[in-house]
Write a protein that binds this ligand. Structure first.
Ligand code: DAH
Length: 338
């Protein structure tokens, strides 16, 4: 028995495990049920009792040795598998670029406009997109059944409720809540039942502004808007005011800026007029102030409203309004902000 033990110990020690497949061969030969060590354990049962202690100790030591060798081999060969996977990764390659999202061009323009007005002390205010007749029309001096309501093709939800057709509704909400002096800028999405084309969409974005205090005049309106366009488009832009009509302002005007492309000489963007229309404005009609319980004898104010898409189209020279809403990243990527 002792000789067999020595010889098996020798065999175990000399068995070289050089590849993954040999780990299993080794295990089968020595440590499996039919392996050589198990065989010895069977024989062990038959030896005389007085030898059992000595032989048993040796046998256990050999089994321990065999098991340790197996564990070590398993460790090496499983690790080396991982190592070979690691080798597939080439750490010298340049890192993959990750693309972060960018602000939508309309958001960029909206933020720019808000920032300019904030410098003049205008505060930010928002209102609901689903509006009642009072805030969208009646309080803004649109009489019931007056043809002026046809200026804006409305999406009605019920007889009295509609998707707001302009952000002017927000000035009413603000005037109801706050008493003058009021100086606010109010951006938001508006809806109109129009045929979709390169120049019109069934929803778009506006920014509304109001300034109400004692002695506010048309001169204040002109100066404020002149400052605004110079900040937005540069110092050499010119402005002109054309008389117009809105139910909620009296007098009303539309403001044009000199064409950004031809600088007023005439081109196909300005239709050879040299001017581009950018907003509507006027002195707030006394009826509008009264409707919100503001005394028109004491206070006066101006208001203005502009389409963000229109300004963005001029600024970025985009010809088709629909491109802003197609979610085509090839288009949107051009406006990556820092
Ligand atoms: N609400 C008008 C529109 O949607 C724009 C507008 C014009 C707003 C004149 C005003 C204003 O505040 O004074 O066409």
């Amino acid at each position: 028995m002792n000789e067999r033990l020595e010889s098996i110990k020798d065999k175990i020690e000399r068995f070289e495990i050089k590849a993954k497949e040999q780990v299993d061969q080794y295990r089968l030969q020595f440590l499996s049920k039919k392996g050589e060590l198990n065989d010895l354990f069977e024989q062990f049962k038959t030896i005389p009792n007085d030898q059992k202690k000595d032989i048993g100790l040796k046998l256990n030591n050999i089994k321990k040795l065999a098991q340790e060798k197996l564990d070590e081999a398993l460790l090496i060969f499983t690790e080396s598998t991982n190592k070979s996977i690691n080798n597939l990764v080439d750490f010298t390659l340049p890192a993959e670029t990750t693309f972060s999202g960018t602000r939508h061009p309309l958001n960029q323009v909206e933020n720019e406009i808000i920032t300019i007005f904030k410098k003049l002390g205008f505060v930010y205010h928002e209102g609901p997109e689903i509006e009642d007749d009072w805030h969208n029309f009646s309080a803004l001096n649109f009489p019931k059944n007056h043809p002026a309501r046809d200026m804006q093709d409305t999406f009605f939800i019920s007889e009295d409720i509609a998707l707001r057709t302009h952000t002017s509704s927000v000035q009413v909400r603000l005037m109801e809540k706050q008493k003058p002096p009021i100086r606010a800028i109010m951006p938001g999405r508006v809806y109109r039942n129009e045929a979709v084309s390169a120049r019109a969409n069934c929803f778009f974005h506006q920014i509304e502004g109001i300034f109400i205090d004692e002695n506010v005049s048309f001169a204040d309106l002109k100066q404020t808007l002149y400052y605004f366009v110079q900040e937005l488009f540069g110092n050499d832009v010119n402005v002109r005011f054309r008389p117009s009509y809105f139910p909620f302002t009296e007098p009303s005007a539309e403001m044009d800026i000199s064409c950004l492309l031809c600088k007023g000489k005439g081109c196909n963007v300005c239709k050879y007029t040299g001017w581009l229309e950018i907003l509507g404005c006027g002195m707030i009609d006394p009826n509008v102030l009264k409707a919100s319980n503001i005394d028109p004898e004491k206070y006066s104010g101006f208001a203005f409203g502009m389409g963000i898409e229109r300004i963005a189209m001029l600024k970025f020279e985009v010809k088709d309004l629909r491109t802003y809403f197609n979610n085509d990243t090839r288009f949107l990527k051009q406006f990556e902000s820092i």
